[in-house]
Design a protein around this ligand. Structure first.
Ligand code: GLU
Length: 305
């Protein structure tokens, strides 16, 4: 089975990009059973007769040889990447997508729990092959990593203790907000407060914005992970907790509420090393799964519509 997939992927790699896209778009069940047809194609395609055997992109071949796809995922985001503390089992849409990529390659999958602060270091160091971890596609990030077409769009919002009386963006004026290091959240909140007329916007530059030094009308405390922000919120160390709504869901316990506003669409993509074979493979698979309804089905199955 592993070999069949390998052969059919190698054949895909032989062909030109539109054909590669078509091959990926068929998704893994087709790929898993397509070896005879692909072999036929190989004997008739002139490219195969005249060219030396073409290998997979080096980085993808390495994964196939290793027999394991290493994926960075979240472990506390319900419906996306969530690890059951008792069984250790991971579940969620991003987990299923990672499993499907591994299945396509005919390899096992190994999950590494990442945070907004650690996911890019682990990708850069080669500890993981790709990141499926509520990772928002931004122009700035695209300079350093490749992202697939978005497979999900979320929004940013703010969680508060009911006792605080904070209900709107305006109520956040002069408050201290807990955010994760390495996240889009602080910039998204300041932008939303400017757009709502709560902040003047003087001195705001999206390119140089730094949550650590911003103190104009709202300030930020940065943390390495979300449980710590939740604890800081209970302890009154921060007045509010700001991040994507999907991430906040698990901390939305009794006595806590979201403010009325949600803002700054967050498009999640699979991040890979820039210019790598994995980038091309993941893009082909994601666009195929968007087109054939696989991703819609995963969104519905995980209750995150
Ligand atoms: N999705 C946002 C980001 O990529 C929030 C942080 C997170 O994913 O943990 O910055």
């Amino acid at each position: 089975m592993k070999m069949k997939r390998f052969v059919s992927i190698a054949l895909c790699a032989l062909m030109l990009l539109p054909i590669l896209a078509g091959c990926g778009a068929k998704t893994e069940p087709t790929v898993a059973t397509a070896a005879p047809a692909a072999t036929e194609a190989a004997t008739t395609a002139p490219a195969v007769e005249t060219e030396a055997p073409v290998a997979l992109a080096e980085d993808v071949q390495k994964i196939v040889d290793r027999g394991v796809l290493r994926v960075g995922v979240k472990n506390a985001v319900l419906g996306f990447g969530f690890q059951d503390e008792l069984t250790g089992e991971y579940s969620g849409m991003e987990i299923s997508l990672a499993e499907k990529i591994a299945e396509y390659l005919g390899v096992d999958v190994e999950f590494t729990a990442v945070t907004a602060a650690t996911r890019t270091e682990l990708l850069d160091s080669g500890d993981i092959d790709c990141v499926l971890a509520t990772f928002t596609i931004t122009e700035e990030r695209k300079k350093s990593w490749d992202f697939t077409t978005a497979y999900y769009t979320d929004y940013v919002t703010v969680l508060v203790e009911d006792a605080s009386g904070i209900k709107t963006l305006a109520d956040l004026a002069d408050k201290k907000v807990g955010v994760s290091s390495g996240s889009t959240s602080a910039k998204a909140l300041v932008k939303a407060m400017i757009e709502a007329g709560v902040l003047s916007g003087d001195g705001f530059d999206a390119d140089t914005f730094d949550p650590a030094t911003w103190t104009d009308g709202v300030s930020f405390a940065q943390y390495d992970d979300y449980p710590t922000i939740s604890t800081a919120l209970s302890a009154g160390e921060v007045d509010a907790f700001c991040v994507d709504k999907s991430i906040l869901a698990v901390y939305h316990t009794d006595g806590r509420s979201y403010i009325d506003d949600k803002f700054s669409p967050q498009e999640y993509g699979i991040a890979t090393v820039k210019g790598s074979g994995m980038s091309e493979l993941c893009e082909t698979l994601v666009t195929g799964w968007l087109a054939d309804g696989t991703i819609d089905a995963l969104i519905a199955e995980n209750g995150i519509a």
